[in-house]
Write a protein that binds this ligand. Structure first.
Ligand code: FUL
Length: 462
């Protein structure tokens, strides 16, 4: 007798769970890793927070070369560059008409230069996306702290979003020195609407989004548990932001989709200083950061400060390439990709949702289960025993973030015994977990608990 199991190719996909990313947020999330460049008068005065009283004449790079920045970023495997176009000292790296404190008053290119223009051209040439950091806190502008400053700041937003092509991210820093009540004058809604009217696709960073959120620290670590949801009502960037733990972990039942971005510098400071030439983060430290950011559902914004010549220092670029090589070494062979995968729990028993989809390397095919199932497993079978030491998992976030606990077990080659190699809480867009090497014949991914049926579009086994 032939047993025919129920199989139906038109089983409907799961409904989204909770808030979901916009198309722009999804494109942003897929960038994963990009460069932050801190550059400005502070580079030349050896400071982190300029007072705004600096003579614009200090800005005098001798060989400024945005093509070199872009070429380094590209070779390092980064997908874009975000430049500090205006830091807290107020100095604009483009000839803004809203300020007298700009490159137009510097000796660089006899005051005729525009760093944003050069960066936009270089990014286009090297296939990178460009982002812009502008600080609302402005220690130079005479109108700062008055209602009129809102027009000034909105004006600078319009300039950077009108004249340099597509900007993938607008980085609105929430910092100030904690004195005075100037930040209470900020009209955030007006800033956001100004930006989104000009470029509806721009992902706006601030402590609380709306596009992406600060991860709550400057060490490049997202929470072990990291939801891309956040409750933003009643909060504002800066002093009125949620506490740092909340920013690191998100809100499990948050009502907005505001994924985390981890910003960290390759050096102890954000700006270049010759005194930190021997204090670059090691490759091991950068790998730890990578696992704790990209590996925990956050994007990694790694700062590489440009030096006084106007180029990325050779020390920094060499370290970036070593870091790239270490990632390639760790992740170049994915044993899941060449393997068979099977689950007993498949939505509607349909091949459309089979476990094989989780090892096909494609973004939009996934393994999922019936709606009533919130705990299920699938197993990846190797053709021969493999030594492995890390796994990667992805939830298909266009349907929301669902999983609240998972584990991964390996069946050891030789004894056939099952051992748990890792266990965690959230997955989200991407989860990467290293563990001490084991030789395995099978790997079982267990979704222990989930807010709705799990939807896993990819795993990798390294
Ligand atoms: C902070 C600033 O105060 C630092 O100078 C740096 O720009 C960092 C990325 O953000 O809020």
């Amino acid at each position: 007798m032939i047993v025919v199991t129920a199989s139906c190719n038109d089983t409907p996909a799961p409904e989204p769970y909770g808030p979901v990313p916009t198309d722009a947020q999804l494109r942003w999330q897929k960038m994963e890793y990009y460069m932050f460049v801190h550059f400005g008068p502070n580079t030349f005065t050896d400071s982190e927070w300029g007072s705004g009283d600096e003579d614009p004449g200090v800005f005098a790079p001798t060989a400024l070369d945005c093509d070199q920045w872009a070429s380094v970023a590209r070779q390092a495997g980064m997908k874009g560059i975000i430049l500090t176009a205006k830091h807290h000292d107020g100095f604009c790296l483009w000839p803004s008409m809203y300020s007298r404190h700009t490159v137009a008053r510097s000796p660089w290119m006899d005051g005729e230069g525009d760093v944003l223009r050069e960066l936009a051209d270089a990014c286009r040439k090297y296939g990178l996306k460009m982002g812009v950091y502008i600080s609302p806190w402005d220690r130079n502008h005479p109108a700062y702290g008055t209602e009129r400053y809102n027009e000034v700041f909105a004006g600078t937003i319009s300039e950077v979003l009108s004249n340099y092509g597509d900007i993938f991210e607008l980085w609105l820093d929430g910092a100030d020195d904690g004195t005075g009540d100037a930040p209470s004058f900020y009209r955030w809604k007006y800033f956001l609407s100004t930006a989104l009217t000009l470029q509806p696709e721009v992902v706006i960073f601030s402590d609380i989004g709306p596009g992406c959120r600060w991860v709550g620290n400057e060490s490049g670590h997202a929470g072990q548990t990291n939801w891309s949801r956040l409750n933003t009502a009643g909060f504002a960037p800066g002093r009125l932001a949620p506490d740092r733990d909340t920013l690191s972990c998100g809100n499990v039942h948050g009502s907005q989709w505001v994924p985390a971005e981890a910003d960290v510098s390759i050096r102890p400071g954000w700006f270049y200083s010759p005194s930190t030439d021997d204090e670059l983060k090691t490759v091991d430290e950068l790998m730890d950061i990578y696992y704790a950011s990209v590996g925990r559902n956050a994007n990694l914004l790694l700062n590489v400060p440009v030096d006084r010549t106007g180029r990325i220092n050779a020390l920094d670029s060499a370290r970036l390439m070593e870091f790239r090589d270490a990632r390639e070494e760790a992740f170049h062979i994915d044993y899941a990709k060449m393997s068979r995968a099977y689950s007993e729990s498949v939505r509607g028993n349909s091949p459309k949702y089979a476990a094989a989809n989780a090892v096909d390397g494609r973004y939009s095919t996934y393994w999922t289960t019936d709606d009533s199932v919130t705990s299920a497993s699938f197993t990846v079978y190797f053709r021969k025993d493999r030594e492995i030491s890390a796994v990667m998992m992805q939830e298909y976030i266009p349907l929301g973030q669902r999983v609240k606990e998972f584990s991964v077990e390996c069946r050891l080659g030789g004894t056939g015994e099952w051992v748990e190699v890792c266990r965690g809480t959230t997955i989200g867009y991407k989860r990467l977990i290293p563990f001490p090497p084991v030789v395995a014949s099978e790997v079982r991914f267990n979704i222990i608990d989930s807010y709705a049926c799990p939807v896993i579009n990819n795993v990798a086994i390294y």
